[in-house]
Design a protein. Structure first.
Length: 354
């Protein structure tokens, strides 16, 4: 056997494929609007480039999770974009968010008070989306506390501190029955908000899977991340069935030869789950080669016929196995496989960015 080293890793991101996924998702969920979820550096794809291209494609809502992500999104987005952040944070970050005109998700009574206080002292009015806990118990107001919460929000609205522009929740999307129960709780929360006198124009509940498959979950706005990046759900319909394609591929080059197989440079695979060995392969030209070991210092691939220094290999992506197919082999989800690709691996972009 021959040992090869593979270096010059890159996560290659095709923004034209991303744009095509956006078109598929948006036409599927229409007339509901898309909120593109860009948390975790746009699922590892690079926030600035993703937001810039989505803006060119006409995306107007972004979901950024934390305030730092929201500020970076604001900087990259087109004028007039709505940026939603939902992590509960302290006064300083609330002030930064309001200054950058960020919409805030509020799923905690004391956070609502903090947001109102900061807004009043800044002489501004905070745009908030109130979160009902529909069963995930992560964050959100419990149904029994919701009527008092929406009345308090209405008082703060009258005082000029906040404007309640939305009501939202997050659901598991792992069982239709559980999701239906959550939707029942959500609808009741919407009725309560109405009767408290809140307009709450923007109503959002679903992420990729339910937005795509179940029209009654879309309301006016759907928060979609994974499918826009071409990451299908583990155990769900395949990419062809959804009409989406992965936008990222992890590539590297062969740099050295030795006995025992092809060694992949540590930078190339740094962060890949080591238990992918035996489940994954690399694609070299028209050939496949099994990933034998993923180690800290080197990763080994079986040699292929005619392999040579400089050969480019693809570890995952559109022309090889997908993040989700790898995830299924080791019982995780596709997002996790992509997020493990080290930030030290440079991102390269194909297609228009600005
Ligand atoms: C991550 C996330 C989403 C998007 O989920 P996908 O399955 O990637 O579409 C939507 N809403 C919230 C609150 C999230 O945290």
């Amino acid at each position: 056997m021959t040992l090869w080293e593979v270096a010059e890793p890159a996560l290659v991101i095709d923004l034209d494929v991303f744009a095509a996924n956006l078109r598929v998702v948006r036409s599927r969920i229409a007339p509901a609007d898309l909120m593109l979820v860009v948390k975790d550096d746009a699922y590892g794809h690079g926030l600035a480039e993703i937001v810039a291209r989505a803006s060119i494609e006409g995306v107007r809502w972004f979901g950024a999770f934390d305030v730092a992500g929201a500020l970076a999104t604001r900087a990259a987005a087109a004028e007039g974009a709505r940026v939603f952040a939902w992590l509960t944070v302290g006064a300083e970050e609330i002030a930064e968010a309001l200054d950058a005109d960020i919409d805030l998700g509020v799923g905690d009574e004391s956070f609502l008070e903090d947001v109102a206080t900061v807004a009043l002292s800044a002489g501004t009015r905070a745009r908030v989306h109130l979160k009902i806990d529909t069963g995930l118990h992560r964050n959100g107001i419990r149904p029994e506390a919701w009527p008092a919460f929406v009345r308090r929000a209405r008082d703060l609205e009258r005082a000029g501190a906040v404007e309640v522009v939305g009501v939202w929740s997050h659901i598991a999307e792992s069982s239709d029955d559980e999701d239906d129960d959550a939707r029942g709780v959500f609808d009741e929360a919407l009725r309560e908000a109405d009767s408290a006198g809140l307009a709450a124009t923007h109503r959002h509940l679903s992420a990729s899977a339910a937005s795509f498959a179940r029209p009654e979950f879309r309301y006016g706005l759907a928060r979609v991340g994974a499918f826009c990046y071409g990451i299908r759900s583990a155990g769900g319909p395949d990419e062809a069935g959804l009409g989406i394609s992965p936008i990222a591929s992890l590539e590297a080059s062969v740099t050295a030869v030795g006995p025992g197989g092809v060694t992949v440079n540590v930078g190339a695979l740094h962060g890949l789950f080591s238990n992918l060995a035996g489940h994954a392969y690399v694609t070299a030209g028209r050939q496949h080669s099994e990933l034998i070991a993923v180690g800290r210092a080197s990763s080994t691939v079986a040699p292929w016929t005619g392999a040579a220094v400089g050969d480019r290999v693809t570890v995952l992506g559109s022309h090889a196995q997908t993040a989700t197919s790898l995830a299924e082999a080791i019982d995780t989800v596709g997002e996790e496989v992509l997020l493990r690709v080290s930030p030290l691996v440079p991102r390269q972009y194909r297609g228009k960015t600005a």
